[in-house]
Design a protein around this ligand. Structure first.
Ligand SMILES: C[S@@+](CC[C@H](N)C(=O)[O-])C[C@H]1O[C@@H](n2cnc3c(N)ncnc32)[C@H](O)[C@@H]1O
Length: 146
């Protein structure tokens, strides 16, 4: 347990320091284009009728800026500094602090997205735990995109 906490503290420190610069690395324009492709994919494959989208490891909320035009978005991230920026960018989106492996929400979502973050899972066990967690939060006929 202690080792897990230390590992998360390390990850958090990295993104806490990086948070103000993230928008220069992943620009809004790039994310706008990504979301255009994403909308097509979702339109083609989504089987559930709802419009609830959970953006896991949402970072500074760049994609949410565009996703919220079509979906009711909730964002989750491990890192409080990026969430602060995301909340300023998208005051109409709900942002929650949580680890993708362990977060628990009462709702189920039609779409779950997780961009540029699965790479932080280091082992097969972590990957399995995370995918199980996503499954737990997915509505029937829902879509997971990562
Ligand atoms: C490269 S950024 C991507 C942000 C956003 N998804 C995007 O594409 O612009 C990676 C994000 O993953 C988050 N992250 C890393 N490990 C996480 C975990 N175990 N649970 C939740 N978020 C995590 C970081 O805090 C960071 O905001």
């Amino acid at each position: 347990m202690r080792r897990v906490k230390q590992k998360h503290a390390k990850k958090s420190r990295f993104y806490n320091e990086l948070a103000p610069y993230l928008d220069f690395i992943c620009t809004l324009e790039n994310r706008r284009k990504d979301v255009l492709v994403l909308r097509k994919l979702i339109g083609r494959h989504l089987k559930s009728a709802g419009r609830k989208l959970l953006d896991v490891a949402c970072g500074t909320g760049l994609e949410d800026r565009y996703l919220k035009q079509t979906f009711k978005v909730t964002g989750v991230d491990l890192n409080k500094s990026v969430l602060q920026i995301a909340r300023k960018r998208n005051p109409d989106v709900t942002y929650l602090s949580g680890d993708m492996q362990t977060f628990r929400l009462r709702s189920r979502y039609d779409v779950i997205t997780c961009f540029d973050a699965m790479c932080y899972l280091k082992t097969y066990t972590e990957l399995r735990r995370t995918l199980r967690n996503f499954q737990r939060h997915l509505a029937k006929g829902g879509l997971l995109i990562f």
